[in-house]
Design a protein around this ligand. Structure first.
Ligand code: FNR
Length: 340
């Protein structure tokens, strides 16, 4: 029996050669400090593609200068960023992997010298500044920046866009009653808190018809925050808007203790898949190929995102193939001698 982890998956016009994706991970390595890619990004992402992941998801890339988590974040807020990103997608494609980019804005978690903004003027914690409450104009401007970023991602050759709606960054700040105390159309009810993500998704799909993923924090681990069932409701709404896959993560809206253990977020992906009826990605302490295979085989998720294990071992997919007996999976021909 062949391993389903290495079976292809087609979403819209894109076929991924297997179910393994590199999870988005900030490298804080835009050394020019203006959002441009560096030699680090080039070899870092390309080597995971050489290691045979099916999808390389580029780290959280800010759609506005004031949305960066650090001065060394990647950016996609200017046409000048396209060339470096195109080099990344070319390098990834050379190895038969698909390239995705996570579009993000940090909101109140931004580390930016100028004005920072969020749904409400509430700081994340004592170490973070109090953000400005976004005006109606700020919201419209933000949506246009996401749309522009999606256009640039298309020009740069990306196959997948993921909207970062998790970990307490700006979209998540709107979704959560813990960080969104607005009294206008963008706050209050669940429907209103969803409005920003809805309008961003609608704007992005005007210029992007490829696979669209959204990363959500499926649990806020707080009694007054969104509960897992609320996030499933958002998953259903996102499906109606044309979103293909929910990448199910958790936490980050407020500081809470999270108990982590192997596969600690798989049940979120499983429930989302069953109850919202769209594709899901499972992520979080998945390091064992047999665990990854079980998740796909039992229909608990459609893609497996691997984070830190791929930092330790860029060739994780090749080793997983070996241990699952997927003989058809091969390294680049230059490395074949090492894998016989
Ligand atoms: C992350 N993570 C993360 N998540 C995200 O949505 N956007 C990002 O840019 C980052 N950045 C990031 C940097 C680094 C160094 C790490 C370790 C993690 C979270 C990541 O995508 C993943 O969800 C978690 O690491 C859990 O998966 P693993 O590492 O247990 O496989």
């Amino acid at each position: 029996m062949s391993a389903l982890l290495f079976s292809p998956l087609t979403i819209k016009n894109v076929t991924f050669k297997n179910r393994i994706a590199m999870a988005p991970m900030c490298m804080y390595s835009s050394f020019s400090e203006d959002g441009h890619t560096s030699h680090w990004h080039q070899h870092h992402y390309e080597s995971r593609a050489a290691g045979q992941v099916g999808l390389v998801m580029i780290e959280a890339t800010t759609v506005m200068a004031n949305g960066a988590i650090s001065p060394q974040d990647l950016g996609i807020y200017s046409s000048d960023h396209i060339e470096g990103l195109k080099n990344l997608t070319d390098g990834i494609h050379n190895h038969g992997a698909k390239a995705g980019i996570q579009l993000a804005h940090a909101g109140r978690k931004a580390n930016y010298d100028g004005r920072i903004m969020a749904p409400s003027a509430i700081a994340f914690d004592e170490e973070n500044r109090i953000p400005d409450e976004m005006t109606a104009n700020d919201i419209q401007e933000l949506i246009q920046y996401f749309k522009k970023a999606a256009e640039r991602a298309r020009i740069a050759g990306f196959d997948v866009i993921e909207l970062h709606g998790a970990h307490g960054y700006l979209i998540n700040q709107f979704l959560s009653p813990l960080s969104n105390h607005r009294t206008d159309d963008y706050g209050g009810t669940k429907e209103n808190r969803f409005r920003l993500l809805k309008e961003i998704t609608e704007a992005v799909t005007v210029v992007w018809d490829g696979p669209l993923f959204v990363r959500l924090s499926a649990d806020e681990y707080h009694p007054e925050g969104n509960q897992p069932e609320d996030l499933i409701e958002y998953g259903r709404l996102l499906k109606e808007l044309g979103v293909d896959l929910i990448d199910c993560s958790s936490g980050g809206v407020v500081r809470t203790a999270i108990e982590t253990y192997p596969g600690y977020q798989i049940s979120y992906a499983e429930n989302m898949r069953k109850k919202a009826g769209l594709l899901t990605g499972a992520v979080g302490l998945i390091t064992n190929p047999h665990m990854a295979e079980e998740i796909i085989h039992n229909g608990r998720a459609d893609m497996i995102l691997i984070g830190r294990e791929l930092l330790r071992n860029p060739y994780w997919p090749l080793e997983a193939a070996k241990s699952l007996g997927a003989k058809e999976v091969e390294p680049p021909r230059q490395y074949l001698a090492g894998w016989m």
